[in-house]
Design a binder for this molecule. Structure first.
Ligand code: CP3
Length: 345
C-alpha cells in the first residue's frame, strides 16, 4: 500500500494505510507556479486547450503538495463550447456564454464528436498519465447535467438562477430535452477521458443546492443516474459532488456513485447517517480554514477525520481551494491528514 494506491482503494471501500487526500481546484491561482504557466498562455482557455501546458499545471500540486491524486486541468465548460455555445473568460469576471433559452436554441445544440473536437483534452490526459508514471492516479471530470444547464441558460454563473428555474418550471419539456443533450455529451466526453487514461471520474454539481428536493428528483438526479449507469461498465469509479446538497444526500446516495463529495455545511458523521454504509464519502474541510495557522488547520482536520470514523473516506475541502490561500497551508494540510489518518493495526 502506498501513495499510488490509497485513493482508488478508498473509493473501492478497501482498507488504506492512511486517509488519501486531493484538493478541489488544486491547480490554480494560489500557486505561484500556476500563475507563471498561466502568464505564458495567452489566456485561461488557451491554457486548457494546450495539452503541454494543461499537463504542466496538472502536475504542479502533485509535486508541491504530495496529494494522492491528480485532477486533469480543464474546465467544466469546455465541452459546452463544442455543443455550440460560444464561451469566453473575461479576466477576473468568470465565464460568459451566449445564453440558450428557447426551443430553437436547444434544438441547434449538438453532441460533439469528442475525439475529433476535444482531442486536446484527451492528449492532455495521455501526457499526464505518461508523466505521472503510476505515482498517483488521474481523475477526469465533467460538470453534472443540471449545473451545465444553468451555465447554458444563464450565460454565466447564476445568482438567483431565475432563468434556469423559468425554463424548469415554465417549460419542463424543453428543460428535459436540454438535459438529455448534455447527458449524452457528458457520457461521450467522460467515456473518452477513461479510454485516454482517466482512472476515476468526478461529476461537479456545483449549483444543484439551488433546487428543492422534489426538483432535484425531477431535473438533476435522473440525469446523474443515467450518466453513472452508462459509464459504470468502463470500470472507473465515479464521485458525485452535490455542492450545498445537505438536503439531497439521501437521494444522491441512490444514484450509483462510488463516492459522494460533501461540502462543509454538513458534518461527515451526519452525512454518513443519511447515505448508509455502501458509499465512500469525500470532503469536507471549509476551504477558508486554510487561511488560519497550521494548529487551527490541524484541529479542524482532526475533527473531519474523527467524524469520518473508520468508514471509507477521501479527504478533500468542502469546495475548491481559494486564490488567497497560502500554499504552505495547503502543504501543511497534506502532512496533517497523512499523519492523523494513519490506521493503527
Ligand atoms: O480541480 C482542479 O485543479 C482542476 C481544474 C478545474 C478548474 N475548473 C480550473 C479553473 C476544475 C475541476 C474546474 C471545474 C469548474 N469550473 C467548476 C466546478 C467546480 C466548482 O468550483 O464548483 C465550475 C463551476 C467552473 C466554472 C468556472 N471556471 C468558474 C465559475 C470560473 C471562474 C472562477 C474563478 O475562480 O475565477 C472558472 C475559471 C477557472 N477554472 C479557473 C481555474 C483555475 C480560474 C482561471 C484563471 O486562471 O484565472
Amino acid at each position: 500500500m502506498s501513495r499510488a494506491d490509497r485513493f482508488l482503494q478508498a473509493l473501492a471501500g478497501q482498507p488504506v494505510d492512511t486517509t488519501p487526500l486531493w484538493i478541489m481546484r488544486q491547480a490554480g491561482r494560489y500557486l505561484p507556479e500556476y500563475r507563471a504557466t498561466r502568464a505564458r498562455a495567452h489566456d485561461f482557455l488557451t491554457l486548457c486547450k494546450t495539452p503541454e501546458l494543461a499537463c504542466e499545471v496538472t502536475l504542479q500540486p502533485v509535486e508541491r503538495l504530495g496529494v494522492d491524486a491528480a485532477i486533469l486541468f480543464s474546465d467544466i465548460l469546455i465541452p459546452v463550447e463544442k455543443m455550440g455555445v460560444p464561451l469566453t473568460f473575461a479576466e477576473g469576471e468568470g465565464p460568459r456564454l451566449q445564453p440558450v433559452r428557447d426551443a430553437a436554441g436547444i434544438a441547434a445544440l449538438r453532441v460533439p464528436d469528442v475525439e475529433g473536437e476535444l482531442g486536446y483534452v484527451l492528449d492532455a490526459i495521455r501526457l499526464v498519465r505518461r508523466a505521472l508514471d503510476g505515482k498517483v492516479p488521474l481523475i477526469g471530470f465533467a460538470g453534472a447535467p443540471f449545473t451545465l444547464l444553468s451555465y447554458v441558460v444563464e450565460g454565466q454563473t447564476g445568482k438567483q438562477f431565475a432563468e434556469t428555474k423559468r425554463l424548469l418550471f415554465a417549460a419542463p419539456e424543453l428543460a428535459h430535452r436540454l438535459l438529455q443533450k448534455i447527458a449524452d455529451t457528458t457520457v461521450a466526453y467522460l467515456g473518452a477521458q477513461v479510454r485516454a487514461g482517466a482512472q476515476a471520474l468526478q461529476l461537479f454539481d456545483s449549483w444543484v443546492g439551488q433546487l428543492a428536493p422534489e426538483d432535484f428528483s425531477a431535473f438533476a438526479a435522473p440525469y446523474v443516474k443515467q450518466v453513472i449507469d452508462r459509464l459504470t461498465p468502463l470500470g472507473a469509479p465515479i464521485i458525485y459532488f452535490a455542492n450545498d446538497g445537505a438536503m439531497l444526500l439521501g437521494e444522491a446516495a441512490k444514484l450509483g456513485a462510488h463516492a459522494l463529495g460533501v461540502d462543509w455545511r454538513v458534518p461527515l458523521d451526519r452525512a454518513r447517517a443519511q447515505v448508509g454504509d455502501q458509499v465512500t464519502l469525500q470532503g469536507n474541510l471549509d476551504p477558508c480554514v486554510l487561511f488560519a495557522p497550521p494548529e487551527v488547520i490541524e484541529r479542524r482536520a482532526a475533527d473531519v477525520l474523527r467524524r469520518a470514523g473508520d468508514r471509507p473516506h477521501v479527504f478533500n475541502l468542502g469546495h475548491g481551494i481559494l486564490p488567497p490561500t497560502p500554499p504552505e497551508h495547503a502543504e501543511a494540510l497534506v502532512e496533517i491528514v497523512h499523519r492523523l489518518g494513519q490506521r493503527r493495526s
